[in-house]
Design a protein. Structure first.
Length: 142
């Protein structure tokens, strides 16, 4: 497809509002993993919904924890835009439960935060090895 054809196709698409509503997060123990994240972020775990245990992020999106005990869990990355005034509290919660946080996504700079895009951020693993990120400014995209 040429650039002209791609531009024409993109311009023909109707404008629409698409929002993420929920996503499944695989866990060995859905209760443990959901509560871990809820504690760190200062959220609540909702009532089970079928096989899922939701954590409501407060913007209409839920992380629906789904238990997978007999299969390997492929670690994923989840990034959370958090209020600047709550960032230090979240870091303190990680320290209180003995979870190391890192300035970088490859976890090579322990116990430090980053200052990407004029904000603050940190990465940490959840109980299933998912690479969680908290950040106070969204990434600038071209």
């Amino acid at each position: 497809m040429t650039n002209e054809q791609q531009h024409q196709t993109e311009s023909e698409l109707p404008e629409t509002s698409v929002q993420l509503n929920h996503t499944a997060v695989y866990a060995r123990d859905r209760q443990l993993s959901a509560e871990f994240l809820a504690v760190i972020l200062g959220l609540k775990v909702s009532a089970p919904f079928g096989p899922f245990l939701p954590v409501d992020l407060g913007n209409g999106v839920t992380l629906d924890y789904y238990e997978m005990r007999d299969e390997p869990i492929q670690p994923q990355h989840y990034a959370f835009l958090v209020p600047d005034e709550q960032f230090d509290t979240m870091i303190a919660r990680l320290e209180a439960v003995g979870v190391t946080y890192y300035a970088d996504p490859n976890h090579t700079d322990p116990g430090r935060i980053n200052r990407f895009f004029g904000g603050r951020g940190a990465y940490f693993d959840d109980p299933d090895g998912h690479n969680m990120e908290i950040m106070t400014r969204p990434y600038a995209r071209p």
